[in-house]
Structures are given as C-alpha cells and as structure tokens.
Design a protein around this ligand. Sequence first.
Ligand code: GTP
Ligand code: MG
Length: 465
Amino acid sequence: MEKNRPLPAQKPLNQETIAAIATPPGKSALGIVRLSGPSALETAAKFLQIDPQNLKPRTAILTRAFLRGEFIDEVIALHFPKTASPTGEDLIEITSHGSPFILSSLLKAALESGAALAAPGEFTRRAFLNGKMDLSQAEAVCDLIRAENQASHRAALLQLSGGISKALNQIKAPLLEMLAHIEACLDHPEEELPPPPENEFIFSLHQTHEAISNFAATYERGKKILSGPRICIAGLPNSGKSSLLNALLGRERAIVSEIPGTTRDTIEESLPLGEMTPLLIDTAGIREQASDAVEREGIRRTQEALNNSDLALVVIDRSREISLEEEKALLSIANAAKKGNKPAIFALNKSDLPRRIGKDWEGISVSALLGEGIEELKKILSTRLIQETLGHEVLITNFRHHQALTEAAKEILLAENSIRDNVKKWEERAAFHLRQCLRFLGEVTGDNASEEVLNSIFSKFCVGK
Ligand SMILES: Nc1nc2c(ncn2[C@@H]2O[C@H](COP(=O)(O)OP(=O)(O)OP(=O)(O)O)[C@@H](O)[C@H]2O)c(=O)[nH]1
Ligand SMILES: [Mg+2]
C-alpha cells in the first residue's frame, strides 16, 4: 500500500514524516531505524521515552522503546535538527540491538505513531529536494554504498563532495556570459549595442566543446573502475596461460594439461588486486594450425577477448625457442594492444626450467607451476591498471551523466555552426543552442529534474537511504 504513495518531485509545503530500517536485513550487533520529516520528534516521542522539548540536538541519549505499551528494547536516540541534518528536515536515528524482530517492531511503532513507510532512496531524495545536495551527489551516495574497492570508493567520494557540479560550473561560466551578451542584443535592438564578437565566440565555443567532450570521455575510465577492468591472458598454446590464471587466483580454476590447445572457451574470474577488482580472462592459445573447428572458434574468441580487454597479459614459455611463425603470432597480440591504446605486459613463464628463448624477449619472469614471481606480477598489473584508469580528477561513472554531456557537446557544435555558417539571425539560433546545452548540463545536477527522472534514479536506492 505504502509503496504506491505518490512521491513529490518538488518540495511540498506540508511533507509527511517518513520512517525506515536503515540497516540490512538479518541479525547484527546493532540496527538503525530512521525518521525524517516535520514531525519526526513528535512521532518518535510517542514510542520512545523522550521529551521533544528537552532533546539536545546531535547528542545521543539512552532511552526505552515501546510498541503498543510493550517494552521493545533500550535504544540510543540521536536527533538532527533540520538546520543540520542530512535530509534538511528533522531527523531521528534510533539505534537498537540488531535483531530483525526488534527493528521491525520499532518500525511498526513509528508507523503506528503516524509516520509513513519511506520509499527506496527517499531520505536522499529529500536531501536533494531540500537543496542539501545536487542530483549527481545524490547518485554518488548510491555509488558509495555499492563501492567494492578503493578505486570505486574514491571515485564516488569525489562526486559526493560536489566534484561534478564544480567541473560543470567552470564549463557553464563562459556559456552564460555569451548567452547574456546575445540576449541583450536580441532584447534591445534599439540600443545599438556592439554586435557579439563572432570570432571570440567561435573560439570560446570551441574550447567549451573540448572541455565537455573531455569530461564526457572520462566515462570510459569511470566505467572500468565500477565494472572492473578486463585483463586478457593470451599467448601461444601450452605457454602456461591457464596455469598462470590459477596461480593468480590461488586455486585450480582452469584445466591445465601438457596437450597444446587445452583451453577453448574463454574463462573469466574476478581477481581482487589492491585498489581494483579486474576480471581475468584466460583464452585459447593462438596458432596458425588449429587442430579442429572447435579450436579455431576458440582462437576467434581469443581475438574478441583481446579487443574487449583493457590490458593484455602475454604469456610466453621461456623454456623453449620461438619459431618465426610463433613470433609473428605473439607480436600480433602486442600490436593489437598497442593499436587499441592498451598496455601489454609480457610474462616469461616456466622460470623454473632453463631459459632457451632468445635474449630479445623481455618480461617479468614467473613460474606458474611454483608460484614464483606471482606477487611481483600482481603488483605490476595493479600499478598499470591504476595508471590507466585512476587520476585525481573527478570522473564520470554514470551513464545518465555521460548521455547528458554528450548531448550538451552536440548543442555547442550546433551553436558554433550557426555562427560559422553566417546564417541570418544567427544570434537567435546560437542562443537557442546555448540554452539547450545549459539544459543538458543542468540534467546532470538535476536542475528542474522531472518526477519521472527522480523516480527512476531513486528507485535504485535501498530503503532507509
Ligand atoms: N615447468 C613448468 N611447467 C609449467 C609452468 N606453467 C605451466 N606449465 C606446464 O605447461 C603445460 C601447459 O600449461 P597450461 O597452463 O595448460 O598452458 P596453456 O597456455 O593454458 O595452454 P592452452 O590452453 O593449450 O593454450 C602444462 O603441462 C603445465 O603443467 C611453469 O611455470 N613451469
Ligand atoms: Mg589453457
């Protein structure tokens, strides 16, 4: 029933007080129920032994909670007055023992005392509607909760601190100036204001286009941080690719055998590696003379995996000589990586056997069999992935933001074209495209966001956040 309670897009004058359990289901040491809204204090006072008049803000107090007169638990109540609360409304957090029964009883008591059940993300939605954060920051809250490693945690923190709107404000400043200039000329033709400086505008638009496109392009790196970059293990048959996958994972995941052409299907496994959790992909060894159609298909999949990866880990058996044909195959892997602008790292495997490979072959010596050099290889992989993806600037990690920025960049080109083409009334056209561009940039931070957009964003949140 409460699920269908209509959610406001704009801040209503008389808002309900909402309640939800903020901690995950299941037994735990502690659990939290939150209430937010104009009558959070009064509602809580109906089932806690607290005096709303004498409750010190942001000070924990020990009290007792009741449901229909039955004692539930001793709890800690914490009151955040609306002037200093995360939602911009009066907020009460009640910490109890983390028993699902206690928590659902507390929630029941809150609902029976007049609160409404909060929808997913409604606390954050209220923070946004009350101007506590912009939409990109609200979305970063969700990313922060989901962050599974240091890199995605860092990306979310940069966004949560307002990094996106800071970057956008810098982009918007010259656009607003240009628009004001053009609009002044359009609105007051009688005043004979100096005409807009076309060349200056073109230059400025060009720079803005570059700034928006560069910002949008950080999505490529941002995406990798969230989904985990892909490391493709490739090389000649029997070089020890599957053995290396197993050694990196620390378990026997893939079949290893002395028969060349053992692996056919690609095998994918996540490997926690310091700041990131890349996906390791073991592939079929590449050779000209595949033994059958299945191996040929395997090799085709290797090429595909290489194309879709962010780093190629080329495994070479250093205990034997490499024929010219084989050298060609190995170089083709390295060249494909180079062409795709991704790093290729060479692992010279079987370091436990005497070296027979030519001196020109360089790389990290490892023995997948004995586990030698594996920690060193992990460090190198981790460093390269961080170099490739992480920076200290704010990155776009959200598809919605990427789309809006891409559209905004298109509008800048259209504005620039209308000046360049010297069309009649170019001022009107340019002003139209500048306004469109600002509208798309505003979508990122949620200026004038529609109810539909807000619903789709906040429905992905958990209840109680
Ligand atoms: N001595 C030694 N043997 C190894 C090492 N790594 C792998 N091998 C052996 O090399 C053979 C091939 O190993 P795999 O891991 O199956 O090689 P692969 O590259 O996955 O082979 P394909 O899937 O056929 O392309 C097996 O007999 C392994 O035991 C190593 O570091 N030292
Ligand atoms: Mg294999």
